[in-house]
Design a protein around this ligand. Sequence first.
Ligand code: HEM
Length: 413
Amino acid sequence: MADTLATWGGWEPAIRDDPFGHFAEARAQCPVQKVRLADGHPAWVVLGYDAARRALSDPRISKDMLAALQEAGDVVAEGLPGPAFSRHMLNVDPPDHTRLRRLVSRAFVPGRIAALEPAIRAIASSLLDELDAAGPGATVDLIEGYAYPLPFGVIGELLGIPAADRPRLHSWFGVLLTGWTGDPPAEAVEASDGIVAYLRGLVDAKRHSPADDLVSVLVAATEGDALTTQELLSSLFQLIVAGHDTTASLIGNGVVALLDHPGQLQALLADPGQLPAAIDELIRFTAPVPHATFRVTAEPVTIGGVQIPAHEQVLVCLGSANRDPGRFPAPDVLGIGRNDGPNLGFGHGIHYCLGAPLARLEAKVAFQTLLGRHPDLRLAADRDTLAWAHGDGLVLRGLLSLPVVLGPSRRQG
Ligand code: HEM
């Protein structure tokens, strides 16, 4: 019988770069529907706001993909860097999720996050100093020179990765997260091997000389049997991935959205106190994480009036839910002063983003530093040539490069 399922993901550039019209059409047809992923697997995509909130907090929808799919007799592609790195909080259910999240949470208590602010400011300023050195009329890449290295430096501080090692690690992650279809290319395998060997070495080093950082805290937990070595390595890997690409995409996407809406940019420059609310609106509007990570039904579940059978993959489309007109009036309008309450950009339920307070702080410092110094920055490329070429376009939506002219620096002092 012919397959009538719509394809989801792996879109042509026009949809990949601006998927919101496509999401809206699909959502209007049905807020929960069965689709076929670009890799050929069927899945259920959840598009409406209420349905998305329900799906993200329903304990019958599991995050333990490996266990659930194996139980269903499906063949599971391990991906890179493989099973030794896949046992982290985002891939497990309670009680393991509760234990792993509690251990890592120690690094995310409000005092620890606030204490990182001076380091974040120093990283942002020194990155802009480097870009400024090119001269006020020069074209610079804001992704490579600012949006990426900023959160990567911050996660490096938090974990205790020596500054000298970060560029190497950063370029490996860059290769791994760009994505591919089919078998991984040799450079991705090489990058993955490099990351695996590096993180193992880092753990050994912290075992011998602990410091005041998250890797040392987690290493100590393995000695007390609270954490296995597989869980430790997986958690480090997941924190680095979750902690930098997402925030980098928010900074890049946010700059483009503000340049697309000069009135909103001027309002923000006139009243920088609006920045915290503006950041949440930029997350809603630009969807740095357009879909939550994959889930699977452990038993039949009815969401939005649609029954999803057991052992089926579920993909919650945050980018669609956050533009559901039933939840956000005029959802396709960017409004930095919106007062509509929380959106789902950081997820919902027990897997709600652990790093949300850190991401908000990083974005606040990133925009304050950039716009404070360069309120006249402008795109240095045709808007239509910007490409959100990030893997299959499902879990990350970010630019690989963003050419801008910064203009004269208004640096104080
Ligand atoms: C703008 C930046 C960010 C966005 C939009 C974002 C978004 C998300 C989303 C949507 C989830 C839930 C995924 C799901 O349920 O499948 C999540 C989980 C997570 N995020 Fe973030 N994130 C950001 C930054 C960060 C940062 C900076 C860190 C850490 C340094 C971080 C660490 C985590 C962790 C550890 C989880 C897993 C939580 C759990 O499973 O309990 N994120 N994030």
